[in-house]
Design a protein around this ligand. Sequence first.
Ligand SMILES: NC(=O)c1ccc[n+]([C@@H]2O[C@H](COP(=O)([O-])OP(=O)(O)OC[C@H]3O[C@@H](n4cnc5c(N)ncnc54)[C@H](OP(=O)(O)O)[C@@H]3O)[C@@H](O)[C@H]2O)c1
Length: 332
Amino acid sequence: MRAIQLTAVNQLEVREVPDPSPGKGEVVVKIAAAALNHRDVWIKLGQYAGLKFPCTPGSDGVGVVVAAGPDVVPGGWVGRRVIINPSFGWGQGEAAQGEAFSILGLPREGTLAEKIVVPVGQLSLAPAHLSDEEAAGLPLAGLTAWRAVMSRAQVKRGERVLIGGIGGGTALFALQFAIAAGAETWVTSSSPDKIARAVALGAKGGFDYTKPGWAEAARAEVGGLFDVIIDSAGGDGFESLIDLAAPGGRIAFFGATRGNPNVLPMRKIFWRQLSLLGTTMGSPHDWASMLAAVERHAVRPVVGEVFPFARAAEAFALMERGGQFGKIVLKP
Ligand SMILES: NC(=O)c1ccc[n+]([C@@H]2O[C@H](COP(=O)([O-])OP(=O)(O)OC[C@H]3O[C@@H](n4cnc5c(N)ncnc54)[C@H](OP(=O)(O)O)[C@@H]3O)[C@@H](O)[C@H]2O)c1
């Protein structure tokens, strides 16, 4: 079968590799569509812990189960259209993942392949209202956004929410989940066009984070501060987010695309009773709740662009320059 592999830092190749066969408790999924996450870019750039080469990245995929290990109950999964929960070995607690936690697509071979072997417990039926391209984009970003917005920040009806970098795959799910929860939701982006597209999806408005003074302008336009802020950029812009949080507000963050902030303004945080909430991926409970909400609210993942495996380098380059609005999908 063909797989998109990294053979060294920044060396992306479509290669012939042996077909996988299922072990105990495992199934083989024939991938119909896979999707990129920023994690795949960090891995390609050699900026991820536990790198090994060659490796097949990819945490997101939808496909049909074509084979099952000897001990997997026959007839249950074979022939079903499934998505794969990329959060492996979370453990028992809801507060945080345990030591056995890992993410599909390193160290385990990922979804950017014609076939993949996964434990049967990681499967869920693909939501019927979604195309393959849409369903492929749901797993990692949908799970991360759900936990950030619903489990950690606990966004409530009527609250004012700000979501940063709306072109991002995860940010767009955060927007959709916050709107579904009944929040008044605003966004930031480097692109006026992406802000307009977010407004078309139900955002109240947005602000260009590249413009000096954007945070003051945002405060003036919304007529106040934000109860909840969802961020994955960090960096020096993080201080503006602290300034924009309402007293008692929550800032949930799951990424540091722009690195660490130079300053953490302690006094602003304690005096205004702010909660800084770190969050990563999600538990099996988060996964099930996210899927139920996607069905209940008929959420449709936003698909930015679809590429064949042969054009994987273009797909990665698009994500590296932040050109996308929504998920970047790859089809075998
Ligand atoms: N901990 C976890 O479980 C977890 C899960 C998912 C993602 N992440 C992390 O979260 C980040 C986003 O991941 P993704 O897969 O959603 O990425 P993505 O689809 O590549 O999105 C990246 C987006 O970040 C935005 N951005 C860049 N610089 C920014 C800044 N200074 N301020 C605000 N936004 C900025 C851009 O938005 P515009 O184009 O609108 O400007 C860009 O489109 C990455 O660092 C990733 O590693 C972590």
